[in-house]
Design a protein around this ligand. Sequence first.
Ligand SMILES: Nc1ncnc2c1ncn2[C@@H]1O[C@H](COP(=O)(O)OP(=O)(O)OP(=O)(O)O)[C@@H](O)[C@H]1O
Length: 310
Amino acid sequence: MSDNAIEISGLRKTYAATGRSAAKDALKGIDLTIPRGSIFGLLGPNGAGKSTLINILAGLVLKTEGTVKIWGFDQDVNARQSRASIGIMPQEPNLDPFFTPRGSLDVQAGLYGVPRSQRRTDEILDLIGLSDKADAYARSLSGGMRRRLLLGKALVHSPQILVLDEPTAGVDIELRNLLWQNVRQLNEQGMTIILTTHYLEEAEAMCDEIAIINHGEMIVRDTTANLLGTLDQKTLVITPDADHPDLPALPDGVTGEKRANGTLAFTYQSSKTPAGQIIDTVRNAGVTIRDVTSEQPDLEDVFLSLTSSR
Ligand SMILES: Nc1ncnc2c1ncn2[C@@H]1O[C@H](COP(=O)(O)OP(=O)(O)OP(=O)(O)O)[C@@H](O)[C@H]1O
């Protein structure tokens, strides 16, 4: 049995041409494995193909080519088992306004064939913080409560893998924290989590591994730590003791700027220039240094450097 939660190979999706628009290659041959037990981030600019990929995993979009194995089950061979292994929290709250949270969870459990005796409705209501709204009509729920209910619905059949499509887009900080708390708790219990997010600092904080797709192709897949290490660029910020009008002449490969707050910022490649050399250069130019801080590249820098040139 493989250690991967998801194994995708040669995955292609071409949306057929319609009256007004030409055919669109949304996925152009994706190979991707996602290890069991991880929190995996799927990132990419708008239109990159993330939703198409997730919808294929969910069985909502038919792939054009390639194989998809979910928890070891090939979608084409063991459709039922592969579907039972994954739960999807969609982007849009598509809830029936006349169902209560309890009713929605029950219907969903029924759709997945979970026998009544094995339903975890109360436990899920508790997890998503909706126990006291269990019997209120969905139309009376706030936007945040609806989002939480979507998470609950994705969990009714106790899937091994949970996919969250932009779970925190447009939600307030309180709900965002609650959702992340839920996600961490589920992951600690052994669930594999796959999420798409536009908030890169969130992916940086939450995900063990990340894949970035762009124009239907996977451009990188690595651990979050390695990705952050790929940008060798750092910035050293020096606060001078007194205002200093000019930047000193700098070693090759180092660029400097004077920021509006009077600090001097020097960007350099840490593999080529030691920080001490920059500090010495500044000091030798007659600047008395009051403070030194360093700025590391974040995931946003990595993302932009990988996607903007293509
Ligand atoms: N049903 C469809 N018919 C035709 N083209 C589609 C369809 N769904 C998506 N596309 C196109 O396929 C490409 C990938 O879209 P997709 O929604 O998968 O991207 P995404 O990365 O999820 O973007 P976003 O972050 O904006 O949701 C886009 O060019 C989109 O216009």
